[in-house]
Design a binder for this molecule. Structure first.
Ligand SMILES: Cc1ncc(COP(=O)(O)O)c(C=O)c1O
Length: 390
């Protein structure tokens, strides 16, 4: 960008920006000074590259309380991770239970699998505080599902689902649990140990602060055999065999890695470890409260699930009574340099649940570790000016 213009980036739910400086530095250094492939050679540079990628795997495993880093699979984004889990796990005529809060990266693979493998899906509806109705979830366990797939935090409302209760209900019925942690990872603690989830899918480029083009799937030890590899190819190991290796992570990682992306992800995970997740969580919670409280004094703004008692991440959806979401977002961008996201956010059922699908969705504001309280004040001021002018 050449022109100097105030820019307030509030679309961290799509991808985080900015990243820590160290992320830019290592990506640049990798591209200029290293440049080799991961796991494909025995040179000194090759082993240095490999070590860095191993470090990224170790750091992520540590973040989610998984003692086996080899059970972390690198993918290219959250969608890729969810596709690997859904296509790899679900078999002919399986039953899946999922929720109204899911993203199209769950809805569309399930729709596809309903045609390809006659997989049936039951959707559990919202309760009145943006969660899911646990009684309906219990009822949905008949016929027995093989999988319960749930998004940890909604990318529309920011509300966090009661994952421990969901896992307990699913496991009691003999189902495995796939957690879509796209909006929670890097923002709040997500522990495989504490939640008991079987598969955890997430992007590396949102809350984890890595570059675009990175994603992860964590597989609970013992479940490797339950997941088919959906892509096969070179792994740099057992090259004499024409069959896909059965070892982890190679079983699910064919082809060259996104090495610059993984270098950036490693630096981002280190930043997060040093800053501490608790500190990021506290900062984002304060910003979110500041924003929601500030909205209360604005007329003609409807915010979805503003209650303080609701557990959430730094994602807030709202509408102005007399403006289409796209119009409000354009006014914020053009006149104030505030970048948000208007529309259905790839989550049509979530918008149906909050009653905003027909009007074209909401305007979503999403915060990150580098968002400042001053930017929140400025945004509230901008919303005030816009709503009193229209
Ligand atoms: C809840 C949720 N799941 C999955 C995804 C897909 O992630 P990615 O954009 O990395 O493919 C997103 C992205 O916005 C999301 O918000």
């Amino acid at each position: 960008m050449t022109e100097e213009r105030r820019r307030i980036y509030l679309d961290n739910a799509a991808t985080s920006y900015p990243k820590p400086d160290s992320v830019y530095e290592v990506v640049d250094d990798y591209q200029r000074n290293l440049g080799g492939a991961v796991g494909r050679g025995t040179t000194q540079t090759g082993s240095l590259i490999q070590k860095n990628v191993d470090r990224a795997r170790n750091r992520f495993a540590r973040l989610i309380d998984l003692p086996n880093p080899e059970n972390v699979i690198f993918t290219s984004n959250g969608t890729d991770s969810l596709n690997l889990a859904l296509h790899g796990f679900l078999k002919q005529n399986d039953h899946v239970v999922t929720t109204c809060w899911e993203h199209n990266s769950v809805l569309r693979p399930l729709q596809f699998l309903s045609q390809q493998k006659e997989v049936s899906t039951t959707f559990v509806d919202s309760d009145d505080v943006g969660g899911i109705d646990l009684d309906s979830l219990k009822k949905a366990m008949e016929p027995q599902p093989s999988l319960v797939c749930v998004t940890h935090a909604s990318n529309v409302t920011g509300v966090i689902q009661p994952i421990n209760e969901i896992v307990e209900i699913a496991h009691e019925a003999g189902a495995k649990v796939l957690l879509d942690a796209a909006q929670s990872i890097g923002h709040v603690p997500v522990s495989m140990k504490e939640t008991g989830v079987d598969f955890l899918a997430c992007p590396g480029h949102k809350g984890l602060l890595g570059p675009l083009g990175t994603g992860l799937l964590a597989i609970r030890p013992g479940l490797k055999e339950d997941l088919l590899s959906i892509r096969q190819g070179g792994t740099g190991t057992t090259s004499e065999l024409e069959t896909q290796p059965d070892t982890l992570p190679e079983k699910f990682e064919s082809g060259n890695h996104n090495a610059p992306g993984l270098f950036g992800l490693e630096a981002a995970l280190q930043w997060l470890e040093e800053k501490t997740l608790q500190e990021v969580q506290r900062h984002e919670a304060e910003l979110t409260r500041q924003f929601i409280d500030g909205l209360q004094s604005l007329r003609e703004i409807e915010c979805y699930f503003p209650e303080e008692s609701i557990k959430r991440v730094g994602v807030v959806s709202l509408n102005a009574t007399r403006l289409e979401p796209q119009v409000l977002a354009s006014l914020l961008d053009e006149h104030f340099g505030i970048e948000t996201r208007a529309g259905l956010h790839c989550s049509p059922r979530a918008h149906a649940a909050i009653g905003t699908k027909e009007r074209g969705g909401t305007v979503r504001f999403s915060f990150g570790p580098f968002t400042t309280p001053e930017e929140i004040d400025f945004t509230l001021e901008a919303l005030g000016q816009i709503t009193s002018a229209f």
